[in-house]
Design a protein around this ligand. Sequence first.
Ligand SMILES: Nc1ncnc2c1ncn2[C@@H]1O[C@H](COP(=O)(O)OP(=O)(O)OP(=O)(O)O)[C@@H](O)[C@H]1O
Ligand SMILES: [Mg+2]
Length: 508
Amino acid sequence: MTTADHAPKILVIDDDDDLRYSLKRVLSGRNYQVLEAASGEEGLEMAQKHKVQVILLDNRMKGMSGMEALQHLRGINPNAMIILMTAYGTTQTTIEAMKFGAFDYIMKPFDLKKILALTESALSASNDLDRANTKGGEQAVSQEDIEGGIIGSSAAMQAVFKMIGQVAASDVTVMVTGESGTGKELIARAIYQNSLRSQKPYIAVNCAAIPENLIESELFGHEKGSFTGATSQRIGKFELCDTGTIFLDEIGDMALSTQTKILRALQEGEIQRVGSSDTIKVNVRMLAATNKPLEEMVKEKTFREDLYYRLNVVRIELPALRERMDDVPQLIDFMLKRLARDSKADTKSISPEALALLSKYAWPGNVRELENLIYRSAVMAQGETILIKDLPQEVIRAVGANPLPAEMASQSQVSAEDDTNVVNEQTELQADAELNTAVVGAPTSNHFDVAYDQLRADVGTNILEHMEREMIARALEESGGKQVKAAEIVGMTRATLRKRIDQYDLGK
Ligand SMILES: Nc1ncnc2c1ncn2[C@@H]1O[C@H](COP(=O)(O)OP(=O)(O)OP(=O)(O)O)[C@@H](O)[C@H]1O
Ligand SMILES: [Mg+2]
């Protein structure tokens, strides 16, 4: 294919030859002119020589990292749209990439269609280029990163991280909203930690926790004798926080009179201590959060409309956990590791079955609920692995699963008398019949849905055999090798059990 000289130029910087090759193939197919570089250093050279519109940049390369290259590339050609490709998305990478002026960010492995679409939108952005108000990439983040653990690879969370990167460096007021337990506090802190004010004070005020008659003094301070109990002068949070960032949490729970004062601080940049007529200039950046429906409150006149618009300059809406269930495994992994670190114990794991069950739960309390559940279950688990039986009954019931595998076996209709139905001779028909009694005959089928999906994914076919072998092995383990007991647990006669032990080679 010939590529005309005016064809858009795309530079691929990646040390993975195969990936460069595939990208080149698909992009050339679109009549783009593709340039390749196998390292960050080489990429910078190419970017100096050629006027490229789009750069696909790998983050993890030998030598200069993608993030480093990104900053240089922005200097060399501020108009090039850079898409950062990285093997796994830590929060910080996304935030930083956006801060340093990347156009977008994609996680490997990606599908080529996706990168093509992204490249196209980068190209069109580059065509009607107006980056006058590009977010500056001037300030490097302090290395005490925010890794304070914000987990989220889901598209919804990635969008949140991008937004943090975009707003952090300006002094714009940000309102973080979302259901309880979605991580609003965490996000507010991340904005601060990535801001130009990160070395300045950060004060979080929980507006719901401070009684109405005290909040004003808390925020703005008071003079000695200004009210009963004001035995000395007090400096308020706004003053303490001068040049820094103040986070007003649970802002929907603030009295109207306090709202008026906050508005003034926001609008005029000045405050008055209670009992004083002097105004004090303060320079604070405000972040706010609430799980209350502020729009409705504005309609009902319980929240000032002017303050609402003032705070709601940029809005970051956090998704509920049920809207980003693909993050659940990663969150659990993170929580288990943190728990192990904090309790100086070995990291526990979670069984695929328990994980599958948790992936069906709706999480009304969001990440906080998940966190509490994992801590509780880890305590309940006797071994190294959290099993379904260690999960809270409410959760098991809520997803409609059957609590215990042992119960599952005894409740199924498989008769102990069908001793002669030798499994290794079983026809498909028999398999169907057994499946039916086991699944349809059980009080709830969700437990089986979970098990079935999991086995299909892990084992592929012959799942009954696999499950039977597994169940018998576990029963033997539980019974300490006593066959009578094991037979009782799985619901077989001892003779059948013995056959199976031979068949599955469980007799050690
Ligand atoms: N993305 C996340 N990754 C890791 N932990 C998270 C995440 N989101 C929330 N958490 C954890 O969940 C808990 C609740 O988060 P946070 O306190 O920020 O919620 P919130 O939205 O402020 O809730 P509320 O409205 O009830 O105040 C915290 O312990 C926090 O560390
Ligand atoms: Mg909160």
